[in-house]
Design a protein around this ligand. Structure first.
Ligand code: SF4
Length: 394
């Protein structure tokens, strides 16, 4: 009889001990003699514990466990959101200190030219640009932070592989034209499933210590759910992380697609979960709202085919400046702002943000940039600089 893949869950112990405990039930002998690349989610230059990034102590937990295995070498690598400096994100996120403590290399995936990987039988992609350091490692360990995601439902271990794509290649996935009538799914979901056919983690540890709920991945709220999920089966860890977040795995389009295309079950019963009473760690996350406007009073957001960098800019701008926009509302009493390549029917007088909205620039105020900068939006709208020079990324 074929044994079910093991998925191991821990909770209520903090980021480090959750991970150490979850990994204690996974056979890690396969790491012996191998070159190991740890891929956290450090997409933003944000301090730990805010739900944006993987907690550095969760990464420390992984390193603590794998130092017991006789690996050949270990490194931590990332290609963050476009416009974010990788090493700065590592530093602000507390990862640099952890890497120094465990004496492992930090790799800026964007520092060297990528290689092109063919995708055979892709739905929407025939190839993609993958960061070159990946070719130097035998094993990829995905260590995402648990987040809801306004475009993809959730972002967990499988979607975290998108951070192995070189610079603007990540943006491309958000902007593929919808021309595949035979596929009802969004092109972004199809593209993530195409990527999964060539790049899946060998081991996943989902860090749910402090995740992000609601308007993730950039504008949600931090949630202290205090769990970790580990598995060598990439689908198993995502399925159980979904369950702990109160999300039905089959409701997540990219997981459903990957399940169908790659014969990876979404049925929790297909996996051996330990401990059996894992339900005690369930902490339902608030779902993303249908659109961003509902979160900000008197703001009308047009958002279509925007990538995470522009979403991040928009959220930072709205969080900091939305209260200052009352003098710049249109006739309906709302301040109108647009991001993304697919904008249609925006009102005259809208603020168009980012190079992708350039075609509309004569209809209102245009703020170029890729990604654009929150303070530049403020300056373009008000004609003055913001009062203080606060950091733009939290
Ligand atoms: S302008 Fe914005 S949405 Fe367009 S590619 Fe740049 S960051 Fe992404």
């Amino acid at each position: 009889m074929i044994e079910k893949p093991v998925v191991s869950i821990s909770g209520k112990r903090g980021p480090f001990n959750n991970v150490v405990d979850a990994l204690s039930r996974i056979d890690l002998n396969f790491l012996g003699g191998k070159r190991i690349l740890i891929k956290p989610n450090i997409g933003r230059a944000a301090s730990p514990g805010r739900g944006y990034n993987t907690h550095p102590q969760a990464i420390a937990g992984v390193l603590e466990v794998i130092k017991q295995v006789n690996t050949l070498k270990v490194a931590i690598g990332e290609s963050p959101l476009v416009g974010i400096d990788t090493m700065e994100a590592f530093k602000k996120g507390g990862v640099t200190d952890v890497a120094e403590k465990y004496n492992v290399e930090l790799i800026d995936f964007d520092a060297t030219p990528p290689f092109v990987k063919e995708i055979h039988n892709g739905r929407v992609l025939s190839s993609t640009k993958v960061c070159s350091p990946l070719s130097e490692y035998d094993i990829i360990i995905s260590v995402p932070v648990a987040k809801t995601h306004m475009h993809t439902g959730v972002t967990l271990g499988i979607k975290n592989m998108k951070g192995c794509l070189y610079r603007h290649e990540k943006v491309k996935y958000h902007q593929l034209e919808y021309k595949y009538k035979e596929y009802p799914e969004k092109t972004l979901d199809s593209a993530i499933s195409d990527l999964a056919t060539i790049l899946l983690p060998d081991l996943t540890i989902v860090d749910g210590y402090i995740g992000m709920e609601g308007l993730g991945p950039s504008g949600g709220e931090a949630v202290n759910s205090d769990f970790a999920v580990a598995s060598k089966n990439a689908m198993a860890s995502d399925v159980y992380a979904c369950l702990l977040m109160g999300v039905q795995p089959e409701s997540v389009p990219h997981l459903k697609l990957i399940s169908e295309r790659m014969n990876m079950s979404l049925d929790p019963g297909a996996y051996k979960v330990e401990p059996g009473d894992y339900q005690k760690f369930i902490h339902p996350y608030k779902k993303p709202p249908e659109n961003i406007s509902v979160k900000f009073k008197n703001i009308h957001v047009y958002e279509k085919e925007a990538c995470s960098s522009c979403l991040s800019t928009l959220m930072l701008f709205l969080k900091r400046f939305s209260g200052d926009m009352t003098d710049y509302v249109l006739r309906d009493g709302k301040f109108h702002i647009a991001i993304g390549k697919g904008i249609e029917n925006a009102a005259e007088g809208t603020v168009f943000v980012g190079n992708c909205t350039r075609a509309h620039k004569d209809k209102g105020i245009y703020v170029p940039g890729c990604p654009p900068v929150p303070t530049r939006i403020y300056e373009a709208v008000t004609g003055r600089e913001p009062d203080e020079n606060e950091p733009e990324v939290e």
